[in-house]
Design a protein around this ligand. Structure first.
Ligand SMILES: C[S@@+](CC[C@H](N)C(=O)[O-])C[C@H]1O[C@@H](n2cnc3c(N)ncnc32)[C@H](O)[C@@H]1O
Length: 217
């Protein structure tokens, strides 16, 4: 489908193979693949929001652009967030941002070199256009955290895995622990949503902390 033209090809292949294994009838496998893809794409930012984000970036409105993505919107204001993080980790030379969404834009605008990886090709392309037009230290690439060899060449001083682990675990059981094992830097920041996309948040913070503590080696 055209809808998934910009999606990471590894993701398309992974979902198609997985559904073909689980369903004997091709029609059922196709339906399941469509449903899975629908669930993992577009929930945080659709094509309209992406277009508006790029327009806002061009107009010099970075905070407004980042608001177009549900995940960066929730982290507002971003300045204090990174101040608090870097107070603990030290200001990193080079950051890896796994399943980055639009987050690398803020870091690169601060002058921090960042490599972002995500399955959302439209966002990856838009960030690379912005970075090369403005000379920002950002490289974004397509990569699926559930496929082998998705990690870019390091070294990195800090890895970000923000609001990713529950999303990964939903796609494949055991994936969150496997990602933690494979993180390529000494320091990592892992964050969790405290509310669902529809705004409900009862007990989420406690539930996520307990789950995360249990995953740590
Ligand atoms: C909740 S958003 C978080 C975005 C960003 N980390 C942030 O906090 O602003 C989850 C992100 O994970 C990406 N994603 C989902 N499944 C993925 C996978 N298997 N590999 C890599 N990225 C994935 C989505 O495209 C989306 O950008």
């Amino acid at each position: 489908s055209r809808k998934y033209a910009a999606l990471c090809p590894d993701t398309l292949r992974r979902v198609a193979e997985d559904c073909a294994q689980r369903y004997k009838k091709p029609k059922e496998a196709e339906k399941a693949a469509r449903e899975t893809l629908h669930g993992i794409t577009g929930a945080f930012m659709g094509p309209e929001e992406l277009k508006r984000a790029e327009e806002r970036l061009k107009a010099g409105d970075m905070e407004g652009a980042l608001e177009m993505h549900a995940s960066t919107r929730e982290r507002k204001p971003l300045g204090p967030f990174y101040e608090a993080l870097f107070a603990r980790t030290g200001r990193p030379g080079r950051v890896l941002d796994v399943a980055c969404g639009l987050n690398p834009i803020y870091l690169a605008a601060m002058g921090v070199a960042v490599t972002g990886v995500d399955i959302a090709g439209g966002q990856i392309e838009m960030m690379n256009r912005w970075a090369s037009a403005g000379g920002y230290p950002l490289e974004a690439r397509l990569g699926d955290a559930l496929c082998p060899d998705f990690l870019p060449e390091g070294p990195f001083d800090l890895t970000l895995a923000m609001k990713l682990l529950p999303v990964l675990e939903n796609q494949k059981k055991g994936a969150a622990a496997a990602l933690i094992e494979s993180l390529p830097s000494e320091k990592a920041a892992v964050t969790f949503p405290t509310r669902t996309l529809s705004g409900r948040g009862v007990g989420m913070e406690r539930h996520c902390s307990q789950w995360f503590e249990g995953l740590l080696p």
